[in-house]
Design a protein around this ligand. Structure first.
Ligand SMILES: Nc1nc2c(ncn2[C@@H]2O[C@H](COP(=O)(O)OP(=O)(O)OP(=O)(O)O)[C@@H](O)[C@H]2O)c(=O)[nH]1
Length: 394
């Protein structure tokens, strides 16, 4: 019995000694510990995609490269594929169908009334109303009607071809086929052409900056982009996506940084690298007119310490009508606008806004946006536009 108690006691002591050794033995670093998510994998999996709708396919390729540095020992991710956009020439012709689709209602409406048997006062009033509904503006609408009335009187006859020809002539005269619509993007005196893009957020400003970079790259130019809309980090991300798709570097800083310093650095980089063009996207919050004036004025002044600003493009959403025009006036007072980009012309029959905005601001429409696709921006050509407007319905 005594012997049994002794044996049990020895066993218990042995058990305690063994357990103590195991429990107090120092653990190897990392042994048994769950691996924390590596910085790269964690953020990549959870970070929200910064790109805007409509740009998702390309963004995925572009973001993989610059934003996720490879971990040691891992093969670097494949560089994003650089795209080759189509040149600027012929773009409006390619996109003409889109223009015609949205504008046919206006063109056909006018042609129908003009071809009717009797052109009485009511008919002329209807023509004027149709023009005003299409945002042509009251002054231009009445000038067009006056011009047409005179032509009808002089001509006497009204065959469909004659009607089409006189309407074409009147509309063209209002659009101003001789205005200089060149976007001044080319280098001069060893410095890049500098373009500032201004406008209210949501009009397609950042998209237009990206699309313009593609137009220029398509024409064989080298481009640097400046993300001076520092109030929204997503705007810089969006621009970076656009840039990486065509190999255009994007100069950006942290959210809230001074927009003028971003613009200056972008132009400085363009100068240093011998780029052909620098395009600067700016913030467009319409908080107060003074704030806007101060900010845009400062961006321009600071940039001009490095190089002159060759074009200030105001981006305007064609679908916003009078509201858009009001905004345009505020911007034109804040900074000397030298050209207009009319976006979303594919989604409206109110193409008459081209006439009104040019008359109001005294600057030409230089580019038009005709869709959400990356190459849906085209140099504006008045004749192509009017012909699309008067195109017979298919
Ligand atoms: N249909 C159509 N959509 C367009 C056109 N241009 C831009 N958009 C769309 O308009 C939306 C707004 O464009 P953004 O470039 O983000 O507008 P933004 O002015 O830069 O606004 P922030 O990014 O907020 O500064 C996007 O969904 C674009 O795809 C166009 O010509 N046609």
């Amino acid at each position: 019995m005594d012997y049994t108690i002794f044996a049990v006691a020895v066993f218990v002591v042995a058990l305690l000694v063994f357990g103590g050794v195991v429990l107090i033995r120092p653990r190897r670093p990392g042994a048994g510990k769950e691996a924390p998510p590596s910085e790269g994998s964690g953020t990549a999996a959870t970070a929200p995609a910064p790109e805007e709708e409509g740009e998702r396919s390309g963004a995925a390729t572009a973001e993989a490269g610059p934003q996720a540095p490879p971990e040691e020992g891992q093969a670097p991710p494949a560089a994003p594929e650089i795209e080759t956009p189509p040149p600027s020439a012929g773009r409006l012709v390619r996109l003409r169908a889109r223009l015609a689709r949205s504008q046919t209602a206006l063109g056909q409406g006018l042609l129908n009334i003009l071809s009717s048997d009797t052109l009485d006062d009511d008919a002329w009033e209807e023509i004027e109303d149709t023009l005003i509904t299409a945002d042509v503006g009251v002054t231009s609408a009445s000038q067009i009607v006056e011009g047409l009335r005179t032509k009808v009187k002089v001509l006497g006859t009204r065959s469909p071809d004659e009607v089409r020809a006189m309407l074409r002539e009147e509309l063209l005269a209002q659009i101003g086929p001789d205005m200089d619509r060149t976007v001044h993007t080319g280098p001069h005196q060893g410095r890049p052409g500098v373009v500032m893009v201004v406008g209210v957020n949501g009009t397609g400003k950042t998209t237009t900056t990206g699309k313009l970079a593609r137009v220029l790259v398509g024409d064989g130019k080298s481009v640097v982009l400046g993300a001076a809309d520092t109030f929204r980090a997503a705007a810089a991300d969006q621009l970076e996506t656009w840039g990486s798709r065509v190999g255009a570097p994007v100069v950006r800083k942290d959210e809230g940084a001074d927009p003028a310093s971003v613009a200056f650095d972008a132009v400085a980089r363009g100068v240093d690298e011998g780029a052909d063009s620098v395009i600067v996207d700016t913030a467009g919050r319409l908080h107060t007119k003074t704030g806007l004036m101060d900010e845009l004025g400062k961006v321009k002044r600071v940039v001009e310490k490095k190089s002159q600003v060759d074009d200030v493009l105001l981006v305007l959403d064609a679908t916003t009508g009078q509201n858009g025009l009001r905004q345009a006036r505020v911007f034109a007072e804040a900074v000397a606008v030298s050209g207009i980009v009319l976006t979303k012309l594919d989604g409206t029959a109110k193409g008459g806004i081209i006439i009104q905005v040019q008359r109001e601001l005294g600057v030409p429409v230089k580019l038009v946006g005709l869709g959400e696709g990356p190459d849906d921006l085209a140099p504006f050509d008045p004749e192509e536009f009017v012909d699309a407007l008067l195109e017979a319905e298919a």
